[in-house]
Design a protein around this ligand. Structure first.
Ligand code: C2G
Length: 130
């Protein structure tokens, strides 16, 4: 049985989010998703997401290839989350390439290509211009 962990904010859930979760699920018997908390996002990006952590978790959990979700409270807790869930593999988009290699002592670390031309930031900009 292969358990895969991935992490993300998944704010204004879009096609790029769907694709990476779908592709991660192909490697997994169980796909568990750490959804960044509102506070973590505030610390990371200086603003709260548009969708609350409860809404973002509900959306991700509703995907039939996602086994479970949990709240990612801190970037520094990644090793603890991987150990707690006994992950065989950590998968992230290639914007994070190299950033999580330190965990290759406890699980496989894979970076998958991002879907081009879509991001939450770009969506916000486009909507502002409507
Ligand atoms: N992603 C993608 N293609 C896009 C946009 C995003 O494949 N066009 C991927 C990202 O690479 C990431 C996941 O979707 O693996 C979630 O992206 P974000 O919601 O932007 O997550 P981020 O803010 O990068 O949070 O601990 C790490 C953080 O929680 C990641």
């Amino acid at each position: 049985m292969k358990r895969i962990l991935t992490f993300g904010t998944f704010d204004i859930f879009h096609y790029g989010h769907l694709k990476i979760l779908e592709r991660a699920a192909k490697y997994a018997d169980e796909l568990i998703v750490g959804v960044s908390s509102d506070d973590l996002n505030f610390r990371k990006k200086g603003r709260k997401p548009l969708y609350s952590q409860e809404e973002r978790m509900r959306i991700v959990k509703s995907l039939n290839f996602v086994t479970d979700v949990f709240l990612e409270e801190s970037l520094e807790l990644k090793r603890d989350y991987l150990l707690f869930y006994q992950a065989d593999c950590l998968i992230m988009g290639c914007d994070w390439t190299g950033k999580f290699d330190e965990f290759s002592d406890i699980c496989k670390v894979l970076y998958l290509p991002r879907t081009p031309d879509i991001s939450t930031t770009e969506l916000i900009q486009k909507i502002k211009l409507l």
